[in-house]
Design a protein around this ligand. Structure first.
Ligand SMILES: [Zn+2]
Ligand SMILES: [Zn+2]
Length: 327
C-alpha cells in the first residue's frame, strides 16, 4: 500500500520483493500498526517523505532473508521475530548521535517515511534497528508497542516524577502509557475530544481517576501533561492545568499552530517541550517494561488492503485503541 504524494490516499500495488543490502534484513510482515504519523504522511504534512513511500513503522515480522553481514552487528537469524520502529537508521557519527540523542540525528531516516515501511508483505530494515519482542505478545498485540508505546514512553519519561498526570488525546499511545503510569502509582487524568464519552469510558476502564473533555479544567492541579492530540490550542489549555514547575510534553510529530497566550500561563517555571522520535535505548527500555506491567494493547485488525479505511477510522476518532494491519 503506497503513497504517491497526490493527496489521494494509498494505492494497492504489486512491487518486486525487496532485497536486503549490507547490514540489512528482509522481514516478512505479520502485522503493522497504524499510527497518526501515517496520516500526516498521506496528508502531506511532513516535509521530507521519499515518494512513493510504503508507510508503516510499527512492524512485527519474521526475518526471512539476511543481507551481507556488517562487522560488529548483533547477529540476526532467519526465522527471528523482530519489531521495526520509526527510527530506521542514524549516522552514528554526528554530535547528536555521539551524545545519545540519535533521535535528533540530522541524517536519521525513518521507517515508513524515508524507508519503505510495513504496509506491505515484506520490508527491509537495518539490522541494528530491529528489536526482539517480548514473547508474551502475539504479533498483533506487539505492533502498537513499537510506536504508540515507544513514543508514549519517551514522552512519559519527560514528565519526571509527576503524580497527577494529564493525558490529552486518549488514543493508541495514551492507552498504553496510561497503564504504565497507573502501574507506577500515578493518577491519570484523561482529556478527550469534548463529548467523546466512549473514549472517556475507555480511559476509566483502564484505571484513569478522571476522564472528561479537553475543554474542562482538571479536578486537581496537574504536575505534568502529555499532549497526544495534534491540536495546538491544547498547549495553553494544558499550561493552565499544570502547577508551577509543571511540564507540558507535546508528543506528536505534527501539531496545528499554537495560539498566542498570556505569559502568565508559562510563568512560574512551567515548561513546554516536544518529544521527537525515539532512540534505540527507549525501545529496549520500554519493551522490557511492557510485559512487567503488563501493558495490554486494545487492537482492531484490518486487512492490509483496507489500510485506507483504517487510516480514516483513526482520523475520525472512530477507533478505540490501536489499528493493526494484517497482510
Ligand atoms: Zn508512529
Ligand atoms: Zn547522527
Amino acid at each position: 500500500m503506497r503513497y504517491h504524494g497526490d493527496g489521494r490516499g494509498l494505492r494497492e500495488e504489486r512491487i518486486p520483493i525487496p532485497e536486503p543490502g549490507e547490514g540489512e534484513v528482509r522481514v516478512r510482515v505479520r502485522a503493522c500498526g497504524v499510527c497518526r504519523t501515517d496520516l500526516h504522511v498521506i496528508d502531506d504534512e511532513l516535509p521530507e517523505p521519499v515518494l512513493p513511500i510504503v508507510p508503516g513503522h510499527e512492524i512485527v515480522g519474521e526475518v526471512d532473508a539476511l543481507g551481507p553481514a556488517r562487522p560488529g552487528d548483533a547477529p540476526l537469524s532467519v526465522g527471528d521475530r523482530v519489531g521495526v520502529p520509526w527510527l530506521g537508521w542514524t549516522c552514528g557519527a554526528c554530535p547528536d548521535c555521539g551524545r545519545g540523542r540519535e533521535n535528533l540525528c540530522p541524517s536519521a531516516r525513518f521507517t515508513g517515511c524515508q524507508r519503505d515501511g510495513g504496509y506491505a508483505e515484506y520490508a527491509i530494515a537495518d539490522a541494528r534497528y530491529c528489536f526482539p519482542l517480548p514473547e508474551a505478545y502475539d504479533d498483533v498485540a506487539a505492533a502498537p508497542l513499537l510506536c504508540a508505546g515507544l513514543i508514549g514512553h519517551r514522552a512519559y519519561r519527560m514528565t519526571g516524577d509527576a503524580t497527577q498526570l494529564g493525558i490529552y488525546g486518549f488514543g493508541a499511545a495514551a492507552h498504553l502509557i496510561a497503564q504504565v503510569a497507573i502501574h507506577e502509582g500515578r493518577a491519570v487524568h484523561a482529556f478527550t475530544r469534548p463529548g467523546d464519552t466512549e473514549a472517556q469510558a475507555f480511559a476509566r476502564r483502564l484505571g484513569a481517576v478522571w476522564a472528561g473533555g479537553s475543554d474542562e479544567p482538571p479536578v486537581v492541579p496537574l504536575d505534568a501533561a502529555i499532549l497526544f492530540a495534534p491540536v495546538g490550542a491544547l498547549v495553553p489549555a494544558a499550561l493552565e492545568a499544570v502547577r508551577p514547575g509543571g511540564v507540558v510534553v507535546c508528543a506528536g510529530i505534527h501539531m496545528s499552530d499554537l495560539p498566542s497566550f498570556p505569559y502568565r500561563l508559562l510563568w512560574e517555571e512551567r515548561v513546554v517541550r516536544s518529544v521527537a522520535n525515539l532512540t534505540r535505548e527507549d525501545a529496549v527500555e520500554f519493551l522490557a517494561i511492557a510485559p512487567e506491567v503488563p501493558v495490554r494493547a486494545e487492537t482492531r485488525c484490518y486487512a492490509l488492503t483496507d489500510a485506507n479505511e483504517a487510516l480514516e477510522d483513526l482520523r475520525s476518532g472512530r477507533l478505540t485503541g490501536a489499528a493493526v494491519l494484517v497482510p
